[in-house]
Design a protein around this ligand. Structure first.
Ligand code: ACO
Length: 323
């Protein structure tokens, strides 16, 4: 059977680092409060010359270089983002243009912090359906642009950045020993919209809007939703937490990550945590974490890796893959 195998990875971050101490100058908060409640120590913030598509294209170039490929080898680009450059065209098409590509096709996926899990699942479906052979899957965000910088309950949590994978069609045996995406489980439930949303949009206010969140409410649901889809991925493949080499969670909050890992009996040494460095970069957080841990040699070829995320909508999902 056809599997979608990771051939390359890459990441890009804005030039400017903003530490918790820097945020103390913006709102009434403290490094101690932010670290204790979230584990975040710093985040990157895009400058005037940096956009979601410029960061996404930089991550894509890095992933292509890592794969030993060029844009000519790619037939599909999927970009997960909730902070597009424009309402349209899709940011993926702008990235395609930045890469100098006029062949193939490109589109965006919007599932907020679960966006990258949705995008990998979509790419896998296109590859297994024979519609694409090599897909650039990108998560790219500039959440700093939709933050209310007067609201200390949200502005301390988020950051900007991008990460990318090249997924490639490859023949597998149909067992869990295959490299590539082994299973994917996606969920959404719009009845939770008011707990985490942006208060503007083209069809409502005609403005971009700002992020609004009831943090405690989101927290209440997060661990249960995450563990449900991870367990579904284990059950679908007959694997267990013992088989897993790495859990690569969406990086929203260290307490949510550690709470989920504990409930799943996954030791913290097997969890990739980058929230301290990047903050919550929404759809970019998982590919940034993957690029960090594969780049420093922790994630190796053949490792069993679980991706999971939960975010606005609510949306949530998990992908189990062999690297
Ligand atoms: N600095 C200092 N004090 C603060 C700050 C801040 N930045 N923010 C809030 N506080 C205060 C509050 O005003 C409150 O004070 P009070 O007790 O005098 O009223 C106190 O801290 C406690 O506030 P809580 O909101 O109860 O704090 P909590 O422990 O719940 O932590 C947090 C807040 C970190 C937001 C937590 O609820 C959380 O992580 N929730 C999940 C959010 C999340 O991960 N969202 C991302 C989901 S993914 C996506 O799609 C975007």
């Amino acid at each position: 059977m056809i599997r979608s195998v990771v051939r390359g990875f890459g990441a890009a971050l804005p030039k400017r680092v903003m530490t918790n101490r820097d945020i103390e100058d913006v709102v009434d908060t403290s490094d101690e409060w932010i670290v204790q409640r979230t584990g975040i120590r710093q985040r990157y913030v895009a400058g005037d010359d940096e956009t979601t598509s410029s960061l996404g294209a930089a991550a894509a170039r890095a992933a292509l270089e890592n794969a030993g490929l060029t844009p000519a080898d790619i037939d599909l680009i999927i970009c997960a983002t909730s902070t597009p450059d424009n309402t349209f065209p899709a940011t993926a098409v702008s990235i395609q243009n930045r890469l100098g590509m006029t062949h193939g096709f490109a589109f965006d996926v919007q599932a907020v912090c679960t966006g990258f899990v949705y995008a990998v699942t979509t790419a896998d479906a296109y590859i297994r359906g024979g519609l694409a052979k090599r897909v650039l899957v990108i998560g790219a965000e500039t959440f700093s642009r939709i933050l209310d910088w007067n609201d200390r309950t949200t502005c301390v949590l988020f950051g900007d950045g991008a990460g990318a994978l090249v997924l490639e069609a490859s023949e597998g045996e149909g067992t869990t020993a295959d490299r590539g995406v082994l299973t994917a489980h996606l969920r959404s439930d719009g009845s939770h919209k008011d707990k985490l949303y942006v208060d503007g949009g083209p069809s409502t206010t005609g403005t971009v809007g700002k992020l609004r969140m009831e943090g405690r409410e989101v927290f209440k649901y997060a661990v249960g939703m995450i563990t449900d889809v991870v367990v579904a991925a284990f059950e679908a493949t007959g694997t267990t937490a013992d088989d897993l080499d790495w859990l690569v969670p969406h990086q929203a909050n260290r307490r949510i990550i550690e709470g989920s890992a504990k409930k799943l009996n996954i030791p913290v040494e097997k969890v990739v945590i980058t929230v301290d460095l990047h903050g919550n970069t929404s759809a970019a957080s998982i590919p940034l974490a993957l690029a960090t841990a594969a780049g420093d040699g922790r994630i190796k070829k053949g490792d069993l890796v679980m991706l999971e995320a939960m975010g606005g909508g609510f949306t949530w999902g998990a992908v189990l893959l062999r690297w």
